[in-house]
Design a protein around this ligand. Sequence first.
Ligand code: GLU
Length: 595
Amino acid sequence: MRALARIAPPLLLATALVWSTVGPAGAAAPPPKVPEAVGWGGAVASVDADATAAGIEVLRKGGNAVDAAVAVAAALGVTEPYSAGIGGGGYFVYYDHDSGRVSTIDGREVASRTADESLFLEDGRPLAFADAVTSGLSVGVPGTPATWETAVREWGRHSLGDALAPARRIAEQGFTVDQTFQDQTALNQDRFKDFPATAELFLPGGRLPAVGSTLRNPDLAATYGQLAKEGTKALYQGDLGADIVRAVQHPPVDPASGRNARPGRVDATDLADYQVRRQQPTHVAYRDYDVYSIAPSSSGGTTVGEALGILEDGELSRLSATQYYHHFLDASRIAFADRNRWVGDPRFSSVPTRELLSERYAASRACLISPDRALTSPLAPGDPRHPADCASYGPAVAEPYEGLSTTHLSVADRWGNVVSYTLTLEQTGGSGITVPGRGFLLNNELTDFDFTPLTPGVPDPNLPGPGKRPRSSISPTIVLRDGEPLLAAGSPGGATIVTTTLQVLLGRLDRGLSLEQAIAAPRASQRNTAATQAEPAFLALPERARLEALGHVFSGTPEIGAATGVERLPDGRWVAAVEPVRRGGGAAAVVRPAP
Ligand code: GLU
């Protein structure tokens, strides 16, 4: 471990990050990470031990699942600042035990009201993806602060300030840098170094933070303090918003770096106009279960739901492992063929959400699956408005590129309320732009738009537009059985979010796995591309050769997703379950352990 000295004189502390070695002044050691916890009083599952502990703290103090979820998310804004935070957006799904209803908050980032289809074109040609990512142009109006405020106001027992309190403390006292944090910083080093405010925060002394050192972020503690006192109007109408607009329109890049960080268009009016959306959740009845998730602008609920509909008649629990994987992969393939053609922000094109989830449409698509032969990609979409067995509708649509960042948290409380919440900055490290003096990164969510139509001549519902939300893959899911909560789950991973969530659900609901086993199982992701991405452990399965004999083609990828979930056992105890290995392992906890 390298000794890290304070890098700012006391007067500058409010605007500088402070590093120190772990010691009396350092962060308390994070609680140990465990992949599964069982007990009473509520449960929290996140990727990070400090964040999970923040949620448990709030539950112990009488907060409910919503208060705890916001506390976990705010803590992740400190300890997972490259994937979560008030500079980004997300989707919040909530089961309220008193009413038995599932509600959602779409806190997706939006493009400026001045944006149009040419947002990412320069001289008529699309910008290089990497140039677009690290720019003000890619920054959408953040939706996360409004999500937190709305959730706590509508359903919480505590105030926003109470929910932010543990995160403020972690930001002030610091957290211990782990290998995952260092690795993610290394991935970003080349661009972080070009933005002085970002480098000061995440590259102390111009170097990667040492594993085991303590990272404090007093700027973020102060920002959370301001939100606690003034509410989110500080951001949507106040000086915090003015700082965001300045950073978007004049990216604070080191002129000596030579980096061309394109300015963005978001202005004070765009911030003032921002509103979360409150639409009905998606719902499919799957065997004995009711599966709820988020409706468009995310494609998560429709795509997971359509795939479940396709698989419903498949008796998955009785199939051989090979046939199970075969059905899972081809159902995903079909659902992605439809998603890429039909799903975008429903305020800008007619998105057939209900039709994509109808049993009739699922049956018309399921008829494509043969037990003897894999489908080939690209597969053409169907027409959910006019289901016809095994029919296609126009040419296949290419699978767009989506970055990988984001974090999912799952929370339950003693009253039986459940939250499934995925929040994101889009890429790991978002746009790379830290708002100077404020301690958080801005998103690059607008790169989730297609820069140009995916397939010439085919309408693309995901082109940029004024005040438009880019299509997401986020799939925060809650499953009920007989009207009672059974489980919540979700994952990061760009478009693989959909397949990971689907695979976890199938593992748990059909294949006899515990939630923890379903999360740990080797993953593959088929998204209507010629090759299915698969983890090394999946490629090592004996079923691989049998799947290849059916025509499946695989390409290796080191890791897919980082899922978390909670489940209610028949006796009322809760299970929290997370990754044992992926992304360094997650952190599961319950209020009163009782294995
Ligand atoms: N921006 C992506 C989406 O909303 C998520 C990125 C990720 O999870 O890695 O679908």
